[in-house]
Design a protein around this ligand. Structure first.
Ligand code: 5AD
Ligand code: FES
Length: 353
């Protein structure tokens, strides 16, 4: 049997919800034959269309603080970066982003920020409650890092529905390589379990091509996802930031990110899977390629224009100059060019409708 035929059979097995061995996953992840990767993307699209049709869901991303108490080695807003110009949006500014977003058709708001101690439980509950009151028909997603379970519970009770917390890597040693010693792999994983227990729709995920990452790590990530069954998965290429110790490292590739997106779609058919800004940063049509590889979510930036350049996790981030309205128009055009349609809906996971 030729390699191509053999690899296509592996893809058929994944599509049929059957597992692959580590060796088989490795073959697929290392394969660069475009006949095989096209086949993989086609299968992933088929699965996504069976469940979510041609719809692409919008999330309005509000980057409300770039203060962060953590010092992740890869991240441009880590506390150790003294060159980062810090900002915080006020409650009023956040609410005004939501109002603008609502008018533009967004029905999900994602509050994303560094781990900023200023936004303690009282302040976050106040903001989330106000968002819930002003826009009862919208989903509220939080992406504010590791907190205690009681805190997650309070925010859920205040009206938050979803939570994004990338696990970054499902290999403990690799996690410790990417993070300073104050950070704990076990605590991060505990947070993900807590969020799920509380009833959030939960998103995990990792960077692709991060320093020290090997094929075996991707396999662990995939196995972790198979077991944890997140409602959302956020993946995007690692991109070096000039003020980090990884400034000289290579970025992750479009090809590997697309392969992983497709494999994730096949192992978690119902997952909400964004084509991320990082993917659009390393390739001008990266997000379109992501959608064609099985992604079904895009997250245009709703942050006020004057802070966008400051929320710089990695270099050359796109969309920092555009206004919200421009961003969404541009996204809608990009999506329809590849045969899909941006819709005005909360875009919940199918099990939460
Ligand atoms: N390149 C790509 N993604 C990054 N993130 C942080 N720094 C980088 C980088 N240099 C991702 C992490 C984090 C998310 C908010 O952004 O995965 O969880
Ligand atoms: Fe906060 Fe990296 S330092 S996410």
């Amino acid at each position: 049997m030729s390699d191509t035929v053999h690899l296509k059979q592996l893809i058929d097995r994944l599509e049929g919800s059957r597992d692959l061995s580590d060796a088989e996953f490795t073959e697929l992840l290392l394969c660069e034959d475009s006949e095989v990767t096209d086949y993989l993307a086609e299968k992933a699209r088929g699965v996504r269309e069976k469940i979510y049709g041609k719809e692409v869901y919008l999330r309005g991303l509000i980057e409300f603080t770039n203060y962060c108490k953590n010092n992740c080695k890869y991240c441009g807003i880590r506390c150790g970066n003294k060159n980062a110009e810090r900002y915080r949006l006020s409650k009023e500014e956040i609410l005004s982003c939501c109002d603008i977003g609502y008018e533009l058709g967004f029905r999900t708001f994602v509050l994303q920020g560094g781990e900023d101690p200023y936004f303690n439980d009282d302040r976050m509950v106040d903001i989330v409650s106000a968002m819930r009151k002003n826009h009862p028909d919208c989903a509220i997603t939080l992406s504010i890092g590791e907190r205690e379970k009681e805190s997650y519970q309070k925010l859920f009770d205040a009206g938050a529905n979803r939570y994004l917390l990338r696990h970054e890597t499902a290999d403990k040693a690799h996690y410790e390589y990417l993070h300073p010693k104050e950070m704990s792999y076990d605590h991060r994983m505990q947070c993900l379990r807590d969020l799920k227990e509380i009833g959030y729709q939960v998103g995990c995920g990792m960077m692709v091509g991060s320093p020290g990452q090997k094929t075996e790590h991707y396999i662990k990530d995939l196995r972790f996802m198979q077991e944890f069954k997140p409602e959302m998965v956020g993946i995007g290429p690692f991109i070096p930031h000039h003020d980090t110790e990884y400034a000289g490292e290579k970025a992750g590739t479009v090809e590997m990110t697309l392969k992983l997106l497709s494999i994730i779609r096949l192992i978690l058919p119902e997952v909400l899977l964004p084509a991320t800004t990082a993917l659009g940063t390393i390739d001008p049509t990266g997000r379109e390629k992501g959608i064609l590889a099985g992604a079904n979510v895009v997250m245009p930036n709703l942050s006020p224009g004057n802070v966008r350049e400051k929320y710089l996790l990695y270099d050359n981030k796109i969309c920092t100059g555009d206004e919200a309205a421009e961003c969404i128009r541009c996204m809608a055009q990009r999506v329809s060019k590849v045969g899909y349609t941006v819709v005005q809906s909360r875009g919940d996971h199918i099990k939460y409708r």
